[in-house]
Design a protein around this ligand. Structure first.
Ligand SMILES: NC(=O)c1ccc[n+]([C@@H]2O[C@H](COP(=O)([O-])OP(=O)(O)OC[C@H]3O[C@@H](n4cnc5c(N)ncnc54)[C@H](O)[C@@H]3O)[C@@H](O)[C@H]2O)c1
Length: 239
């Protein structure tokens, strides 16, 4: 399970009407159906976040169904372990693809969420950053790391730009989480142990580790928090 699914489920359990968006139609539909079968409010809209017309449609459908957007949880991203390479080796196509999903996609979702939030007098936008965007801990992942540095820059510029509109913008910075994105390193038992051992708290992160922070940043409990990068990494970036 990925981090987005866990956060979406928890948001629904906390009483939110959840609009899940993903290119993975099967998993997205399944999630919405599961939540609805538990009496929770959810819908799924197949969306490629890198495409402006798709994002426009997503937010159009969300507002048509629920009237407004209170929270944007900007989760979608790709990590292309086999194609993301050091600068002199990466292809322009790979660079553009990763930037298109990870950075342009997050920007587009923010852009369309903002029109609703501005007219409703506030909201909370949560991005997913990464330690790779803070330090050079993944030297082979040029595009992924740079896209995440961009996400954390976007967090701060948007926090400053929209603070007086009562729109808060923060990033969660997960460490090494046990999700499909990391299958390329964690399926090998030796590598898995190496990554686990590197975490001060002594274990890999789980999707559930993110949920509480996501709820905090989405809710009024974090009313005085904007422009922040919130580590959820077991201490990885503290050492
Ligand atoms: N897993 C980690 O260790 C880790 C660490 C730091 C940051 N993050 C970030 O957390 C977020 C979630 O990561 P995850 O581990 O759950 O990854 P994941 O690969 O499990 O989930 C990512 C989701 O994004 C979707 N997606 C991919 N391209 C898309 C597109 N163009 N449009 C819409 N959806 C698309 C995928 O289908 C998938 O459901 C990402 O932003 C990731 O960069 C993860």
């Amino acid at each position: 399970m990925g981090l987005g699914r866990a956060a979406a489920s928890r948001f629904a359990e906390e009483g939110a009407s959840v609009v899940a968006a993903d290119t993975n139609e099967a998993d997205g539909t399944k999630l919405a159906e599961e939540l609805k079968s538990r009496g929770l409010e959810a819908m799924f809209v197949h969306t490629d976040v890198s495409q402006e017309c798709a994002v426009k449609t997503l937010f159009g459908q969300a507002v048509a169904r629920y009237g407004k957007i209170d929270v944007l949880y900007n989760n979608a991203a790709i990590l292309l372990a086999d194609r993301d390479r050091p600068v002199h080796e990466i292809s322009l196509e790979t660079w553009d693809y990763v930037m298109g999903v990870n950075l342009r996609g997050a920007f587009l979702c923010a852009k369309y969420a903002l029109s609703s939030m501005l007219s409703n007098g506030g909201g909370s936008i949560i991005f997913l950053g990464s330690p790779t965007g803070l330090v050079g801990c993944a030297p082979a992942l040029t595009a992924y790391s740079t896209s995440k540095a961009g996400i954390m820059g976007l967090t701060r510029v948007m926090a400053a730009a929209y603070a007086r509109d009562r729109i808060r913008v923060n990033s969660i910075v997960p460490g090494t989480m046990d999700t499909p994105m990391n299958n390329y390193i964690l399926t090998d038992p030796e590598a898995r142990e190496k990554y686990r051992e590197a975490v001060p708290l002594g274990r890999l992160g789980t999707p559930q580790d993110i949920e509480g922070l996501a709820v905090f940043l989405a809710s009024d409990e974090s009313a005085y928090c904007t422009g922040g990068l919130y580590m959820c990494d077991g201490g990885l970036t503290a050492v």
